[in-house]
Design a protein around this ligand. Structure first.
Ligand code: FE
Ligand code: ZN
Length: 254
């Protein structure tokens, strides 16, 4: 099984260090900064084999070059966005598989937040590293893609097994949940989830990982087909994409 270390960095980012004990290979997802990664590698006596990038934003690729210089690791990212991924060595395509030792990740293109966003799904570990595509109770802002593209991207993630653990890159959960409650104030799963989230944040604990099952029950961006949600925003009988677009607009102005 993959060992996963979660490092809170900057204001609200997470860096994830992945270690495969069988092969002793180590990877890092979206290293915003280098020092906490180097410190972890040193204390664990691990050497870095790979950087896995989800997208080109600086809070995800910021330490690419320094870590490559310091560790000799390979940088893995989306081939179609290779010009914007500093130091990229391995260029992935949609539906490629990439190995960390004996652990295999399936790669999905998820345009929306950026056009070149990808996610990494380790099926046998039931974990998804989804960058800024899916957040707990939210989704990434549409900086480059359309609502339609993001909706299609999220449909791919929605179809993964419900027990999948959701490792996103930002701790935005509490604010996302406050917005979600304005759309579905009577959603019991959401009310219970927010009690847990508020408790964790008051103790400065992470709310990540979430699970896909929890997200399907609470995340408005996965619940565009909920009649109660549609009613609360006056979007009954509209297309899924139109409802999704409306939810995104409301969140952008929340
Ligand atoms: Fe981003
Ligand atoms: Zn980000």
């Amino acid at each position: 099984m993959l060992e996963i270390i979660q490092l809170p960095v900057l204001t609200d980012n997470y860096i994830y260090i992945l270690h495969d004990p069988d092969s002793n290979e180590t990877g890092v997802i979206d290293p915003a900064i280098s020092q906490p990664v180097l410190d972890t590698l040193k204390s664990r006596k691990w050497s870095l084999s790979y950087i896995f990038n989800t997208h080109h934003h600086s809070d995800h690729v910021g330490a690419n070059i320094e870590l490559k210089e310091r560790t000799g690791c390979q940088i893995v990212g989306f081939g179609e966005d290779s010009k914007r991924i500093p130091g990229i060595d391995k260029k992935l395509k949609h539906r490629d598989e990439i190995k960390l030792g004996s652990q295999i990740a399936k790669v999905f293109a998820t345009p929306g937040h950026t056009l070149g966003h990808i996610v990494y799904y380790f099926a046998s570990n039931h974990v998804l590293f989804c960058g800024d595509t899916l957040f707990s109770m939210g989704c990434g802002r549409l900086f480059e893609g359309t609502a339609e593209q993001m909706w299609h991207s999220l449909q791919q993630l929605k179809s993964l097994p419900k027990e999948t653990k959701i490792y996103c890159t930002h701790e935005y959960t509490q604010a996302n949940g406050q917005f979600a409650l304005t759309l579905e104030p009577d959603n019991q799963a959401l009310i219970i989830k927010m009690q847990e989230v508020n408790k964790r944040r008051s103790l400065h604990q992470p709310t990540i990982p979430s699970t896909l099952e929890q997200e399907l029950a609470t995340n408005p961006f996965l619940r565009e087909n909920s009649p109660a949600l549609q009613q609360s925003i006056n979007m009954e009988y509209q297309s899924s994409i139109a409802v999704f677009r409306k939810i995104r607009e409301l969140k952008d102005n929340f």
